[in-house]
Design a protein around this ligand. Structure first.
Ligand code: NAD
Length: 346
């Protein structure tokens, strides 16, 4: 074998795999679900074929038009109103699992309210005998623990489940896992996020789940709040939510990856619900000691121009693609964003 033939043989195998078209669906068509549809629209190797919201489904194995879905949702409240391919139904997720046979993977852009909701959706996939790749952008440690408890059932069902694959947990947790490699010992991982959105109604679940982290609130209180109550609370803070010491699964993911103990990981941030500009630059700081005994900090900072939606949906589909490679190799069960590299979707 000549030296010259090896790289070309390898690259042709790799490109044929990474160039395959992957048909995917999105569950939940709120802020992140709609952004996910827009992220996918220009992609050559991943296509949106299915979507569900609380009141309906839309499915076309040849591909959905993102603008048409978004217009239907914003006008009538459901993707079920999309001409020809949409349908208003109850139990929309169940319907999509059973009918959208071309979808090889789903991004779960659903609210996790109550805190057990996402795990119950995953059980629906298992019980339906569905096989493929599922990706979530779960935030709470206790919610991810429920996913990890489903490991054996997911593995037995032939589902590759990628958990914590948004921005934080997700992109920043993965960056921390890479940054940790310079050190012999990790002292701390500090995640600080800044999110700016023009209005809270565009991301109702995200904001309710953030309120649930505020002192005096919890998941059930936040879930029970009416839209008017959320708006009234935001009036008292000038639209700002300042959060610290959040229960975020970055801690569990980095502990599972063997990088540090969960108590060494802290997550906090500021959300401005009245201004799309980021109130501060989202970053992760990883402090540790090198093998020479030096203490140092690596900082990975996201560009302020990148929106929350870009930093969640991009990684979610990158991990979906990575999960599909695992699935094709017969590797099933639960994986976190800190133990698998995302793949880039063109
Ligand atoms: P949203 O409130 O804007 O939209 C939720 C969507 O889910 C709506 O379309 C609604 O119709 C649908 N839905 C609700 N119940 C349903 C049901 N039973 N069946 C089918 N569809 C249903 O939500 P969002 O603000 O886009 O947030 C989605 C999730 O993403 C939240 O859980 C949030 O915490 C998470 N998130 C994660 C990160 C991260 O970095 N990891 C960042 C932001 C948001």
């Amino acid at each position: 074998m000549s030296v010259a033939t090896v790289p070309s043989a390898v690259s042709s195998v790799m490109s044929s795999k990474s160039n395959e078209l992957i048909r995917v669906g999105v569950l939940g068509f709120g802020g992140l679900g709609q952004a996910a549809a827009r992220v996918l629209a220009p992609k050559q190797h991943m296509r949106l074929v299915a979507a569900a919201d609380r009141d309906g489904v839309v499915y076309d194995a040849d591909g959905l038009d993102a603008d048409q879905c978004i217009t239907a949702y914003r006008t009538g409240g459901s993707v079920g109103d999309v001409e020809t391919f949409g349908e208003r139904v109850e139990s929309s997720i169940d319907r999509l699992i059973k009918t959208a046979t071309a979808a090889e993977g789903y991004f779960l852009a659903l609210p996790n309210l109550p805190n057990t909701f996402m795990a119950s959706v995953v059980e629906q996939f298992i019980e339906a005998g569905w096989q493929g790749v599922l990706v979530d952008a779960l935030k709470r440690t206790s919610a991810m623990e429920q996913m990890l408890a489903l490991q054996d059932r997911l593995e037995g069902a032939g589902i590759t489940y990628m958990t914590g694959c948004g921005a934080t947990p997700g992109l920043l947790t993965a960056a921390a896992a890479i940054a940790a490699q310079s050190y012999a010992q990790i002292h701390s991982v500090k995640i600080t996020f800044g999110v700016g959105i023009a209005n809270w109604e565009a991301y109702r679940a995200t904001i309710r789940e953030d309120i649930a982290h505020m002192p005096g609130y919890g998941v059930e209180t936040a879930r029970a709040m009416t839209d008017e109550e959320v708006a009234a609370l935001l009036d008292t803070t000038n639209g700002i939510l300042a959060l610290e010491n959040m229960e975020h699964a970055d801690d569990l993911m980095l502990e599972l990856a063997g990088i540090c103990d969960r108590h060494q990981v802290t997550v906090g941030g500021v959300v401005d619900t009245r201004n799309p500009q980021q109130p501060l630059s989202t970053n992760v700081q990883v402090t540790g000691r090198t093998f020479e005994g030096k203490i140092s900090t690596h900082t990975f900072t996201l560009g302020d121009e990148t929106s929350m939606a870009a930093n969640v949906c991009g990684p979610a589909f990158g991990y979906l693609k990575a999960g599909r490679s695992l699935h094709q190799r017969g590797i099933y069960g639960v994986f976190t964003a800190a133990e698998v590299m995302p793949q880039f979707v063109r």
